[in-house]
Design a binder for this molecule. Structure first.
Ligand SMILES: *Cc1c(COP(=O)(O)O)cnc(C)c1O
Length: 385
């Protein structure tokens, strides 16, 4: 899992489907990122921020009681223990630092439930940048606490009233807004989606998950690599970062999507938000809205590299229902004392199903990325349990 090929492609996917002014802005981001990523100074500064501010490295936790019940050896990569509570901070600190290096004074971001917006507002405050976050009006109503957190951190939250008034529309609006502002603003995308170089760049910023886990796993088990590497997939950034650490090994890679947001498992080829990939569409090729109890999995498509990994057969994509995810969250809470984010609970639900259904031979070693903590989902759990 390396760089995209010619014209920013992973196989047939990816690219830069955008108006000329944005294509130019994307070229500048690509050039700046290529240069920064080769610069040990930039890497060192970012590693320092990740350690001092975000709490890296995150632990690798053996899920002992659950492993025993399932008959496998399950290890959790604890992104839930990062500052702001999910892997999103890894990417945002990288992009905020890049923006500073490019002389940009402002970050523009889209957000659905508010997790990426909060992370962006956090990184902006840390580095003394302004932040403007686009959020669908419906999401603003549903996520008032995160809206307040962003404002408390000094960010401006702009309600988006078009379309379904959710994440898809917020992303379109943020891109439109960036067109006129590219000289002083950086568009900070929250997942491995959007025009090239974003899918590649965001994966590189999330690669720290997989690289750390690989080293920790090797130290824990002499065998070196797990049999299986599992992560949940919304746009696919925590999965891409996790997979990147194991792509050159024999580990089987599994991405777990929400049944109502299964871009990789059930999508068709299309173009959205500047990128050719797999998206949920109706008979006329219109993008269908995703539906999941986990707001972070509510994206109607998947990043282009996942589409390519699926075609190659290198990674497999499976789906889990809302009910299975909630059940898995309760099980993790009661066996390991960890309340996971509903997104992460999808990955666990598949592990539980696969272990029970004989898909995972007894004694298999499984590495699962726990992408976030469940504090943000407590109201949902309370309603259901
Ligand atoms: C946003 C989010 C996700 C989904 O995003 P990816 O880009 O697919 O990783 C998963 N888990 C949590 C906790 C999130 O906040």
């Amino acid at each position: 899992m390396g760089e995209p090929g010619a014209r920013g492609r992973f196989g047939d996917y990816g690219g830069r489907y955008a108006p000329e002014s944005l294509v130019q802005a994307c070229r500048e981001v690509e050039e700046a990122f290529r240069e920064a990523w080769r610069d040990p100074g930039f890497r060192g500064t970012l590693a320092g921020l990740l350690a001092e501010h975000a709490g890296r490295p995150t632990p690798l936790t053996p899920a002992r009681r659950l492993s025993e019940a399932l008959g496998v050896r399950l290890y959790l990569k604890r992104e839930d223990l990062t500052h702001t509570g999910s892997h999103k901070i890894n990417n945002v600190l990288g992009q905020a630092l890049l923006a500073t290096r490019m002389g940009r004074r402002r970050l523009i971001a889209e957000t659905g439930a508010g997790q990426h917006g909060v992370a962006t507002a956090t990184a902006a405050a840390l580095l003394g940048l302004d932040a403007t976050v686009f959020m669908g009006e419906r999401d603003i109503e549903r996520q008032s606490l995160n809206v307040f957190r962003m404002r408390m951190l000094g960010a401006e939250v702009v309600p988006v009233t078009s379309g379904s008034r959710t994440l898809k529309d917020a992303t379109s609006e943020a891109m439109r807004h960036w067109v006129g502002m590219t000289a002083d603003s950086h568009y900070c995308i929250g997942s491995v989606i959007g025009p090239d170089p974003y899918p590649w760049m965001v994966k590189e910023f999330q690669r720290v998950i997989g690289d750390e886990a690989r080293g920790q796993f090797a130290a824990e088990l002499r065998t070196g690599v797990p049999d299986l590497v599992v992560a949940c997939v919304g746009g696919g950034s925590n999965a891409a970062g996790t997979f990147a650490g194991f792509a050159d090994t024999t580990a089987r890679l599994v991405g777990v999507e929400a049944a109502g947001g299964a871009g990789a498992a059930r999508g068709r080829v299309g173009v959205l938000h500047g990128c050719r990939s797999l998206f949920l569409q109706d008979g006329d090729g219109q993008i269908v809205e995703a539906r999941s109890i986990a707001a972070g999995l509510d994206y109607p498509g998947v990043g282009p590299e996942h589409a390519h990994l699926r075609d190659l057969g290198r990674a497999r994509y499976v789906t889990v229902t809302d009910e299975e995810a909630v059940g898995a969250a309760v099980r993790l809470a009661r066996t390991e004392g960890i309340v996971p984010a509903l997104e992460s609970a999808h990955a666990l639900a598949w592990v539980i199903r696969a272990a029970g259904g004989g898909e995972l031979p007894a004694g298999s070693t499984v590495l699962m990325t726990l992408s976030g903590r469940g504090d943000k989902d407590v109201a949902t759990f309370k309603e259901l349990l």
